[in-house]
Design a protein. Structure first.
Length: 403
């Protein structure tokens, strides 16, 4: 048992080093592309920064969401990926830093933050008690403080569990659920408000009651796909090759399929309701994305974010092959970035070629930095929660079966 424990607590330095190198390459490529794009179109700097901020925040918040969901469910699918989500949640301070330029240059992004625009718009005047910079920034502070509190508490207890100080019995793991259950509910509520503040208010005349849920599901899909990609990278080496089995990837693949379908359901429901209502205050949002060059890019989103991953993830054989599933996962991560570009860029670029180089380069720069820092966080703790009683039960089961 001592030898097995030593094997399970080893660190896959080769896999983590590879992740850090990938992060550096992505960041450098993003710096070059983003720099050229910013030079050619300076007005695209802040919209592109917002895209990158939302992408990185989605990975960290999605990691926190799945971490809390894992503590609530106790499934094996979450036990093997728990350290990935813990590391991702610890990068919330990085996302907070990325938010500072958005807060400072908010008038360049939001019409409601421009006094002249508010003075000549009756609707903005009516929304001013809610859409004003001090209240808007205060809500962001509350959101980040709440997420950081939940993430640090769960990470602190997890580290203490590794040292054998607490939560080494099933009864004591209740502390994780006491935080995770209300945490999930409050997170969905707060993230819905942040979706309104950060994205929906880019067009303050438009609104959707399901918008926040679309963002929450998208964040969960991003973090889940990222975890699958990282697990597949580390599966051939210790300690993951001692634990990971085909069933784990199969379970994670099924959850990916469920989130792809849920995102499509929410997104199509929003479109269908607005199309059926045909109200002048609602349809401009989609008209901007169905005219000019955007109509073709919208078709790419429908195909890439739903049809293709849906068809691929239906295959049970693919979900049981880590390398193939990882390729689908990386594709979903890329299409999640594309979705954010589709959500944000149309309000700032209506040209024949709507996506600018900065819209891609700057988000890649920020995402590369996130990946580099993530690898550094991942190496700080053992890759497996060896002292978790549910993890011990999983090891005791024949062939690691069950869910």
């Amino acid at each position: 048992m001592t030898m097995a424990t030593n094997a399970l607590t080893t660190t896959d330095t080769a896999g983590i080093d590879r992740l850090q190198r990938q992060g550096m390459v992505i960041a450098v490529a993003g710096l070059v592309a983003g720099g050229i794009g910013a030079f050619l179109q300076p007005a695209q700097i802040m919209p592109s920064w917002l895209i990158g901020f939302m992408f990185c925040t989605g990975l960290s918040c999605g990691s926190l969401t799945l971490l809390m969901l894992q503590h609530m469910s106790g499934g094996q699918w979450g036990l093997v990926a728990r350290r990935i989500w813990e590391a991702g949640s610890r990068l919330l301070p990085y996302c907070m830093l990325l938010f500072i330029p958005i807060a400072v240059f908010a008038p360049k992004l939001y019409h409601w933050a421009q006094p002249d625009a508010v003075a000549h718009d009756e609707i903005l005047q009516m929304k001013a008690p809610y859409l004003n910079l001090p209240f808007w920034a205060g809500r962001a502070v509350i959101f980040f403080a709440f997420c950081w509190f939940c993430a640090m508490l769960l990470n602190k207890w997890s580290a203490a569990q590794d040292r054998g100080e607490l939560a080494i019995t099933e009864a004591d793991t209740r502390r994780f659920r006491v935080v995770s259950a209300p945490g999930l509910l409050f997170f969905i509520l707060l993230m819905s408000l942040m979706g309104v503040d950060w994205l929906m208010s880019l067009d303050p005349h438009w609104y959707s009651t399901i918008y926040g849920l679309i963002l929450v599901v998208g964040q969960g899909l991003s973090a889940l796909s990222f975890a699958v990609a990282v697990l597949a990278l580390m599966a051939p080496r210790e300690p993951m090759n001692s634990v990971l089995r085909t069933m784990h990837f199969h379970d994670l693949g099924k959850l990916m399929l469920a989130l792809v379908m849920l995102w499509a359901y929410f997104s199509f429901s929003q479109f269908l309701i607005i199309w059926a209502g045909n109200l002048p205050e609602e349809i401009p949002y989609y008209l901007a994305r169905l005219q000019g060059g955007w109509k073709y890019l919208s078709l790419v989103l429908v195909f890439g974010h739903f049809i293709l991953p849906f068809c691929l993830l239906l295959s049970a054989d693919l979900k049981k092959r880590p390398n193939l599933l990882a390729r689908v996962a990386w594709f979903i991560i890329a299409i999640r970035l594309y979705d954010l570009i589709w959500l944000i860029a149309p309000g700032f670029n209506q040209g024949a070629f709507p996506i600018s180089l900065a819209n891609v380069g700057i988000p890649l720069l920020l995402a590369g930095g996130w990946l580099f820092l993530f690898a550094g966080q991942l190496r700080k703790h053992a890759l497996l929660p060896v002292n978790d009683p549910y993890f011990k039960n999983m090891l005791a089961q024949p062939h690691h079966g069950g869910h």
